[in-house]
Design a protein around this ligand. Structure first.
Ligand code: ZN
Length: 271
């Protein structure tokens, strides 16, 4: 570890400026994975920011649609969803949908955003999750889901941005001139993970979560019963919370929670 007291050493900022930044690959990923948790935190007066990595231009069955039209429509849907949930800001990075890679440019754009908003928690896709597949002998009628490459890329970009670049005074030094100082993220919450250890009770905001998802009109059949669909998923997650942790919840969202930094005062209060 480098000498933090060396002459000219720049201190790493550890005080958050907002509660959470949720970073998803496509418009509607943040909603499905963390719409309830975001609405709950917003209701508690905490500032939540969302980021969408791609332009969402492959999110349709119609080859003839103009990319920019679909992109702008989906961004508008995402803004409406954020307003519904109480999410205070949303940033669109507009990388081409379906082609996101863990590039220098993508990492730098996230370093910029994380330093700008200084979230206590960063919430994103679990990059280690590649295949969701039932045992074909146990469930012969079910099919697998291959996790979208943009989801895996997003998780990798976020993790690689957080460590080491966001908190390293010598990474992306040109950002210092923009006032974007190195910052230490406190926690990571990974969603769509098979190593879940944290359940958030979203019972009081389940209707809001469904209403947020309904804003993504280009993504669902008009007669989709969003509330029923969301309730049945969130009920399944709540059952898991009961089985694994003995928690009593009606509706839940699940995350793999990873602590990266514990403030001194929190360490002391636990002793
Ligand atoms: Zn997605």
């Amino acid at each position: 570890m480098a000498d933090r007291k060396a002459p000219g050493a720049l201190q790493v900022e550890k005080t958050p400026a907002c509660e959470a930044m949720v970073i998803g690959a496509h418009p509607d990923d943040d909603d499905f994975a963390a719409g309830g948790t975001s609405a709950l935190w917003a209701k508690q007066g905490k500032k939540v920011v969302w980021v969408v990595m791609t332009d969402g231009a492959e999110g349709s069955e119609i080859p003839d649609l103009v990319d920019t039209d679909l992109m702008l429509t989906r961004e508008q849907e995402q803004r409406m969803a954020c307003e519904t949930l109480g999410v205070q800001a949303v940033e669109f990075l507009r990388y081409p949908d379906g082609h996101l890679t863990n590039s220098e440019a993508a990492r730098k754009s996230l370093v910029r955003l994380i330093r700008k908003y200084r979230p206590r928690v960063v919430v994103t896709h679990d990059p280690s999750q590649h295949i969701f597949a039932p045992d074909p002998d146990e469930k012969p009628g079910d099919t697998a889901y291959l996790n979208h490459p943009d989801h895996r890329a997003t998780g990798n970009i976020v993790l690689d941005a957080i460590f080491p670049a966001v908190g390293n005074p010598r990474s992306y030094r040109e950002l210092l001139a923009e006032g974007l100082l190195p910052y230490q993220v406190h926690e990571l919450y990974l969603f769509f993970s098979d190593r879940v250890n944290t359940y958030i009770d979203i019972s009081e905001v389940i209707e809001l979560k469904a209403r947020g998802l309904q804003c993504h009109a280009t993504q669902f059949e008009p007669d989709t019963n969003m509330l029923d669909m969301i309730k049945s998923w969130a009920e399944g997650t709540a059952r898991e919370a009961k089985e694994k942790k003995g928690l009593e919840m009606h509706y839940a969202e699940a995350f793999r929670r990873i602590k990266l930094y514990v403030p001194e005062e929190e360490k002391e209060s636990k002793e």
